[in-house]
Design a protein around this ligand. Structure first.
Ligand code: PHE
Length: 343
């Protein structure tokens, strides 16, 4: 009798601890404890070894044990629905929740948003265009006919299946796509990713980002271009920053210029960033070439306009003190999570 009691206690402990993740395990439980060759059967067989005077008590004990095992079986059955463990019994609602890490914006996105929002305040609308572009929109319409030497200024990735397609080398393709729509005036800011077949190093990458600007209307002059960019620079780098324009060449603008700002790292006295010149180049710009307007069915006798294009990575590197452009595309969370400002 003593022994039987002890046995039952031990089995109860084992059974209480039993868990089943799916219906298969519930069935294993049934076979092990309630099956025709299971524990219940063999322990019932112990009755014959119990002394006559204890039979009644032992019978009661075994019956209780049987109820206990059956209850456990039903419980296991209920808790596995469609082969999955129900969470109803396993969630402890009193436990404190996990802290989900807050994401952060990519530094290129932060810089893009800053640039775009300054032009939005001047009434520029945002537009985007395709990264896989045909030759006409990336080159031809921008006054870069086939075999034009200026095509070599930008090392192009061509798409193997169709040599007429390229990965756009600049966001200027979006200028064409907007002008083609034929709705004037145009006042657009066009951010996006561009590709150039360049060796990847700390200073240059085979893809990076630009923001393009385009303003077409009657009587738009170079003075409007300068004033717009002055406003941008003051908003972006502060009111004390000096600006200078250098004559330059782009096939799609005439006249063309590059704009420098006084080095915002050393204040113009000369440092590594500005290569001791005191100036940092930030964008290319100019008056939209009449051929480009004609290519887009806009009458250059009636309309004029200006365009500009600037990189995003370089100003972001300067602002955040990043010394390797490859960090932007490696997706190392330790790098990315450092940028937390709101826009
Ligand atoms: N597309 C030129 C570049 O990628 C920049 C530019 C845009 C220059 C618009 C003038 C006008 O270098």
């Amino acid at each position: 009798m003593e022994q039987l009691l002890k046995q039952i206690e031990d089995h109860k402990k084992e059974i209480s601890a039993f868990t089943a993740a799916d219906e298969k395990q519930v069935e294993e439980f049934r076979i092990k404890y309630l099956g025709t060759k299971g524990l219940m059967k063999s322990i019932m067989g112990e009755m014959k070894n119990v002394a006559v005077e204890n039979k009644k008590e032992a019978g009661q004990l075994l019956n209780d044990f049987k109820v206990f095992v059956e209850e456990k079986y039903n419980e296991l059955k209920e808790s596995t629905v469609n082969g999955q463990q129900s969470t109803a019994n396993s969630i402890d609602l009193s436990l404190p929740g996990d802290n989900l890490p807050i994401g952060s914006r990519h530094p290129v996105v932060l810089m893009r948003n800053r640039i775009v929002s300054i032009f939005q305040r001047l009434g520029f609308a945002v537009a985007e265009g395709p990264e896989i572009e045909d030759d006409w929109h990336n080159f031809g319409a921008l006054n870069l006919p086939e075999h034009h030497p200026a095509r070599d200024m930008q090392d192009t990735f061509y798409i193997q299946q169709n040599p007429d397609w390229v990965l756009r080398t600049h966001t200027s393709n979006v200028q064409i796509r907007e002008m083609e729509k034929g709705k004037l005036p145009i006042r657009m800011i066009m951010p996006g990713r561009v590709y150039r077949n360049e060796t990847v190093s700390a200073r240059s990458h085979c893809f990076f980002h630009q923001v393009e600007g385009l303003y077409i209307d009657e009587h738009v002059s170079f003075a409007d271009l300068k004033q717009t960019l002055y406003f941008f620079v003051k908003e972006m780098y502060g009111k004390d920053v000096k600006v200078r324009f250098r004559p330059s060449y782009f096939p799609f603008t005439e006249p063309s210029a590059e704009m420098d700002v006084s080095c915002f790292i050393c204040g113009g006295s000369g440092c590594n960033i500005c290569k001791k010149t005191g100036w940092v180049e930030i964008l290319g710009c100019g008056m939209v070439h009449p051929n480009v307007l004609t290519n887009c069915n806009i009458d250059p006798a009636k309309y004029t306009g200006f365009a500009f294009g600037m990189g995003i990575e370089r100003p972001a590197m300067l602002k955040y003190g990043i010394n390797d452009i490859r960090l932007f595309s490696e997706n190392d969370v330790r790098f990315l999570k450092q940028f937390t400002s709101a826009i």
